[in-house]
Design a protein around this ligand. Structure first.
Ligand code: ZN
Length: 176
């Protein structure tokens, strides 16, 4: 396994539309190794999600996990699509391994139905809510060249990490 270098904001790879993964490649040793490396890189940096463009591979692959968070299993999504957005919106603080040291509030649908292949190449079709749903939308945005900063409607909530810890961390996410 290996820790992969993370592309930071300003790197053009983060602004590209990612290519679909060839399903025939999913079973290959190289691809499986890449998925393992993505998980290792995500855990190393205490992330809860990582998209392949963030490690400079413009492909439709994301990994996610949030140990201890109910309803948020370890997930691999390949060539994913969001089929449905729930009607309710949720406002949550987001950060990104490609945007060092910043947090900002983003409002997104609180439920999504998503379809995509798993790391065995099997089709998954499921609904996600709460933090899991927000993370899925954040990671899938990476596959179309979007960062959470693009989704912020109010830049006045943009906060450096130290100030986030000091002033904002205890304020819970709100359903709006
Ligand atoms: Zn991100």
């Amino acid at each position: 396994m290996a820790i992969l270098p993370i592309a930071k904001i300003g790197n053009p790879v983060l602004r590209k539309i990612a290519d679909p993964v060839d399903p025939d490649q999913i079973g290959s040793r190289a691809f499986q190794q890449f998925v393992d490396d993505m998980f290792e890189t995500m855990y190393e940096h205490d992330g809860i999600g990582l998209a392949a463009p963030q490690v400079s591979r413009s492909e439709q692959l994301v990994v996610m996990a949030c140990p201890g968070e109910e309803g948020f299993p370890e997930t691999v999504l390949i060539n994913p699509k969001i089929l449905f957005y729930g009607p309710q919106q949720v406002e949550m603080w987001e950060g990104c391994l490609s945007v060092d040291g910043l947090r900002g509030k983003v409002t997104r649908p609180s439920m999504v139905r998503v379809q995509g292949l798993d790391r065995q190449g099997n089709l998954q079709d499921f609904e996600a809510t709460g933090l899991y749903a927000v993370c899925i939308q954040h990671e899938l945005d990476h596959l179309i060249g979007k960062l959470f900063l693009d989704r912020m409607t109010d830049l006045s909530t943009l906060t450096q990490l130290e100030e986030f810890e000091k002033y904002w961390k205890q304020v819970p996410a709100s359903i709006i």
